[in-house]
Design a binder for this molecule. Structure first.
Ligand SMILES: [Fe+2]
Ligand SMILES: [Fe+2]
Length: 181
């Protein structure tokens, strides 16, 4: 299996950095649907990139935007719930033994549904809050702290299956909330 390199920016506007990662997820989802692609490598890259991205948003971006009233506490909470859904779907994909089975294809579709929904909604709500209500210099500061946290998580192997299991277990309550809606 080859390894797909995950981009590791260190500076930039937080909105642009986050959107670039969303585009990267979409390209990996496309590879996961492609029988001629190295789907094992795409799955591994997506796991690390997605966990690092979402965890860094939750610790470095969402709370700071909420404090600046660029997003509401409810939007912040909703974003976390959607991360929990995506992480659970990611874990189901990681648990698949083979990469050319119906089970794998179904898990890819589940993950794509959760991710595409959250990516679209985040760009339409949370990121517009940052675009409209946060000055450029602050967006760069947020970009730097998000990127630093994300790179640290990547260094720690945040997308290894045992780590993803722990994260999903810690988000059980959030997941239950979204299932009861
Ligand atoms: Fe995001
Ligand atoms: Fe997010």
């Amino acid at each position: 299996m080859t390894t797909i390199e995950i981009p590791r920016p260190v500076v930039g506007d937080v909105v642009e950095l986050i959107i670039n990662d969303h585009r990267f997820f979409e390209s990996l989802l496309r590879a996961l649907r492609d029988a001629s692609a190295d789907r094992g490598a795409a799955r591994e890259a997506l796991s690390h990139a997605l966990i690092a991205h979402g965890e860094a948003e939750e610790s470095e971006v969402y709370p700071k935007l909420a404090r600046k009233d660029a997003i509401s506490g409810q939007e912040e909470h909703h974003g976390k719930k959607e991360h929990a859904k995506g992480n659970a779907a990611l874990l189901a994909l990681l648990e698949c033994k083979g990469t050319s089975t119906q089970k794998f294809d179904d898990a890819v579709e589940e993950l794509a549904t959760a991710l595409n929904h959250h990516i679209g909604e985040e760009e339409q709500t949370i990121l517009n809050g940052a675009r409209n209500d946060v000055p450029d210099a602050t967006r760069r500061d947020l970009g730097q702290s998000w990127a630093a946290r994300r790179n640290q998580l990547l260094d720690e192997g945040c997308g290894d299956i045992e780590k993803v299991r722990e994260i999903v277990a810690s988000e059980a309550e959030l997941l239950q909330e979204s299932e009861s809606q």
